[in-house]
Design a protein around this ligand. Structure first.
Ligand code: AGP
Length: 608
């Protein structure tokens, strides 16, 4: 997620901004920049890549001035280049602005401003916002910012300075965190406390719809109209390390709990409620072209391969599109039958996995059309495919993939919806699908609110060395994913299996020392999974079941249950995986494992 820092006070701003940005490097970014009001104008310095590139750029020639803003960018609109890096300025170069979030109506505003003669250097929604503020500026920066924000849709955390008001810094938030640091005769804004700790522990947390105006005498908080707002000054109790994890003990837990927001960000701007379909412009294919492929091959590794399996169920059931899901490491060395009539979708959180990249290159070389579902903007896979969509899940730091998985499934649901509505799905079915998608973030939150129940369940794994995960239909891949989560962070051997397949061998393993986790929501195969649970129990097996709210039948059969809200069968994996993520986390913590950096694993496997 982007990092924001702003300063006004008696000290030179430039180095202070760079140090603040350094404190926020953990958030993940791909370019950085600063703007300092220098008495006659605004000096802007920015660079793609890491902060060290920016520091090298300004070495020996730090911009002079005691008012400024700084930004680290996690690219959402436009590749991570210095042109797209923040700060951005208005048409006249007198106003500089930095932004965290997504302006959903940036396209319409850009068109309007272009008609008034504005020209843009970057591909970003942020530059559009800077131009909008400039177009509304009539000598009062505070009012120009308020007027501009009343016109935008979407999420933002912004900070703005002007060459013509060398004592004023304006900041505002809606959907992206922003805090005010109250120093001794100096004031700050930042996207998180880690950037402020070395200067002050006295902070004000802005709420959505609020603006703050800082000057050399103090600060004033208001709303976008004019109403003044009184805010409490809080004391930061956390140490720096805890702040970087947002107060969570591990990045993995933070990322599990980010899923209501990350899933909403994946869906944001794509759902067309009226038409009952999805807009996925990044795939660079018309509806006819998308529907014209003979089949789809999905290729990926690990957790991303599991989300691909769920995509197979979705695309085949709703869009009647034949799908094969291939391990990238196998696909690249087989002699796969792919050609121009094949759509090959590569799924990758990092966008750098060597096997997935090689598989996509092989597919492209054979004439197939390639798409990427990728989280890291500007990554190699994202740059080499012929289209795709970004997950917008934010940086995933924990080696065990969690929020990227649910965002991958959501992205596959968007592509499925668009194709299904082009083929056989009715507008009413489409609207129902969208309604179910929109409900997911809140449903995930309801599951997370019961995390302590999962922590209790994890005690059932004390002393256990093996586990079996069972699921049917679209929850079979969830069984695979749950087993992978457990084994990769707790080092307990776990196997995911289709529940009905268990009687063809693995049932020989069942005894009371082999916990069996069964994903058993109230779906089309519910009666079948009940039989599988009974098969396990008949052999003395101990069953932990993930079931739907109110499912008394399975509660009577299983030793322990955890319930999830109901949704459409095909969307159940986005909910049923959450308790399994938490489960593996709590088991691993109880075993004293290094949850964020498990042994032998890397976050991105960039080698064969
Ligand atoms: C998932 O928890 C693992 N860390 C691993 O399987 C991962 O999913 C796999 O390496 C693929 O990574 P990618 O999504 O970045 O391509």
């Amino acid at each position: 997620m982007c990092g924001i820092i702003g300063y006004v006070g008696p000290r030179p701003a430039a180095q202070l901004l760079l140090d603040g940005l350094k404190r926020m490097e953990y958030r993940g970014y791909d370019s950085a920049g600063i703007a300092v009001v220098n008495g006659t104008g605004v000096t802007i310095e920015k660079a793609a890549g890491k902060l060290s590139q920016l520091e090298e750029l300004v070495q020996g020639r730090l911009p002079k001035g005691t008012l400024g803003i700084g930004h680290t960018r996690w690219a959402t609109h436009g590749a991570p280049t210095s042109t797209n890096a923040h700060p951005h300025t208005d048409l006249l170069g007198r106003i500089a602005l930095i932004h965290n979030g997504i302006i959903e109506n940036a396209g319409a505003i850009r068109t309007l401003l272009e008609k008034r003669g504005h020209t843009f250097r970057s591909e970003t929604d942020t530059e559009v916002l800077a131009h909008l503020v400039g177009s509304l500026y009539q000598g009062d920066l505070e009012e120009a910012v308020a007027a501009a924000l009343r016109e935008v849709d979407g999420a933002y955390g912004i900070a703005v300075v002007s060459a013509d008001e060398p004592d004023v810094l304006v900041a505002a938030r809606k959907g992206s965190p922003l805090i005010v640091g109250v120093g001794d005769g100096e004031w700050f804004v930042a996207s998180d406390a880690s950037a402020l700790l070395e200067h002050t522990r006295s902070v004000i947390y802005l709420d959505d719809g609020e603006m703050v105006v800082l000057n050399r005498q103090g600060y004033r908080v208001r709303d976008l109209q004019v109403r003044r707002i009184t805010k409490a000054v809080n004391q930061i109790e956390w140490d720096l390390e805890t702040i970087e994890r947002g107060g969570y003990e591990h990045f993995m837990l933070k990322e599990i709990f980010e899923q209501p927001e990350s899933l909403a960000n994946t869906l944001r701007g794509h759902l067309l409620d009226e038409e009952g379909t999805a807009r996925v412009t990044g795939i660079n294919l018309s509806d006819d072209e998308l529907a014209g492929f003979d089949r789809v091959v999905i290729t990926a590794c690990g957790t991303s391969w599991h989300s691909g399996l769920i995509g197979e169920y979705m695309l085949e059931e709703l869009a009647r599109m034949p799908v094969e899901v291939e391990y990238a490491s196998e696909f690249r060395y087989r002699n796969p039958v792919v050609d121009a009539a094949t759509l090959v979708i590569g799924i990758s959180q990092s966008g750098e996995t060597a096997d997935t990249l090689a598989a996509l290159r092989e597919a492209k070389q054979r004439g197939a059309r390639t798409l990427g579902l990728v989280n890291v903007v500007g990554s190699t896979i994202a740059r080499e495919v012929q289209g795709g969509t970004y997950l917008h899940a934010g940086p995933e730091v924990g080696v065990a993939s969690t929020k990227a998985f649910t965002s991958q499934v959501a992205a596959l649901a968007l592509i499925t919806l668009r194709l299904a509505r082009r083929r056989s799905m009715s507008i009413l079915q489409g609207r129902q699908f969208i309604q179910a998608l929109r409900a997911l973030p809140d449903q995930i939150q309801r599951i997370l609110d019961k995390a302590d129940e999962v922590r209790q369940l994890a005690t059932l794994f004390e002393g256990k060395r093996n586990a079996l995960y069972l699921g049917r239909g679209v929850n079979f891949p969830v069984a695979l994913e749950g087993a992978l989560k457990l084994k990769e962070i707790s080092y307990i051997h776990a196997e995911g299996y289709p529940a009905a397949e268990m009687k063809h061998g693995p049932i020989a393993l069942i005894d009371e020392s082999m916990p069996v986790v069964v994903i058993a929501p109230r779906d089309a195969v519910h009666a079948k999974i009940v039989s599988n649970i009974e098969e396990v129990r008949a052999r003395g097996g101990r069953v932990i079941a993930i079931t739907s709210d109110g499912d008394g039948e399975i509660a009577r059969l299983a030793e322990a249950t955890f319930t999830i809200p109901e949704t459409l069968d095909l969307l159940t994996p986005i909910l049923s995986v959450i308790p399994l993520q938490l489960f593996s986390y709590y088991v691993a913590v109880a075993r004293g494992c290094n949850v964020d950096q498990p042994r032998n694993l890397a976050k991105s496997v960039t080698v064969e």
